[in-house]
Design a protein around this ligand. Structure first.
Ligand SMILES: Cc1cc2nc3c(=O)[nH]c(=O)nc-3n(C[C@H](O)[C@H](O)[C@H](O)COP(=O)(O)OP(=O)(O)OC[C@H]3O[C@@H](n4cnc5c(N)ncnc54)[C@H](O)[C@@H]3O)c2cc1C
Length: 260
């Protein structure tokens, strides 16, 4: 769809109208927690304990931000920990911020924070793997500190973030050092949303669902597309193209079942 100007609400209303109402698609907002194969059909169970039965399933659950799984991370959620950039950093009264991660997203966030006069410390395991040019650019900034080859072992604070503990990767016996800060941005990659189908289909070493060129998986009747699959390129246009492909293939599969 293309518009010269449209508000977010109007765009969503048009999507809803075109995709759900005009095409009579049934749409439910719920989390799938389990898919099982029973005889010739699949049983899909959701968080709200609803059950759906089908002859084919398309999995298009995308990815989620990876968490660190360290002490303090869960307790201080929404109290100074972020997993993506903050649109308007001036809303926060922060001076010192730690960015955890060494890829392009971490550098991008560090750059945004520097533009907002924050003192930024990047802590990463191994060396920075972001584009060299961007690393060189931010390294020259007077408020930028880069700590490589360190683990973050804990996020500190009672009711809000007050700092992080770090320790050299190669020296796990060393007493952790504290970096004081008011905000922590965690940028340590993504995990495919496959908790509910890990025992059903074959995944690759990154946890992505292995698919064939026609979006079929290791189990007949289960198809997958988009970021949750091992298709190359995590981009909207690629996921959309794969989405079209998976629907064509699934329709063909259902037709073949009917004819058999
Ligand atoms: C910060 C960020 C910026 C990006 N910027 C760009 C960009 O500029 N250009 C670009 O091309 N791409 C960009 N991408 C990538 C792009 O968003 C993805 O490639 C695309 O959205 C993948 O589409 P998808 O349908 O596979 O997954 P998603 O869009 O992630 O959709 C997955 C859906 O499945 C739902 N879901 C997950 N688990 C379950 C479950 N158990 N049960 C039911 N539903 C579930 C989720 O709630 C979500 O609605 C960006 C991604 C991120 C994170």
């Amino acid at each position: 769809m293309g518009f010269d100007f449209i508000t977010g609400k109007m765009l969503v209303d048009k999507f809803r109208d075109q995709f759900l109402e005009k095409h009579y698609l049934s749409h439910k907002i719920d989390d799938v927690i389990k898919i099982e194969k029973q005889n010739e059909r699949f049983v899909i169970t959701t968080q709200s304990k609803q059950t759906f039965y089908s002859k084919a399933v398309i999995i298009a659950t995308g990815m989620k931000k990876r968490k660190l799984g360290i002490k303090g991370e869960e307790r201080l959620q929404r109290k100074g920990i972020f997993y993506k950039s903050v649109q308007d950093i001036s809303l926060f009264d922060w001076k010192d911020v730690v960015v955890i991660g060494g890829g392009n997203s971490a550098i991008q966030i560090a750059n945004d924070l520097l533009s907002n006069d924050c003192n930024v410390t990047i802590v990463t395991q191994g060396r920075l793997i972001a584009d060299k040019k961007d690393v060189e650019k931010i390294s020259q900034h007077k408020n930028m500190h880069i700590i490589e080859e360190h683990d973050v072992t804990e996020i500190l604070g009672e009711d809000k973030v007050e700092g992080v503990s770090i320790r050299p990767e190669q020296d796990s016996d060393k007493h952790p050092e504290t970096i004081h800060c008011q905000g922590v941005f965690i940028q340590v990659g993504f995990l495919p949303n496959t908790e509910f189908c890990r025992d059903l289909v074959v995944l690759n070493s990154k946890g992505e669902i292995k698919i064939n060129a026609d979006c079929s998986t290791s189990l007949e009747g289960i198809f997958a597309c988009g970021d949750v699959s091992d298709a190359y390129g995590k981009r909207i246009i690629i996921a959309s193209g794969e989405g079209a492909k998976v629907v064509l293939r699934t329709l063909q599969f259902l037709r073949e079942l009917k004819e058999a």
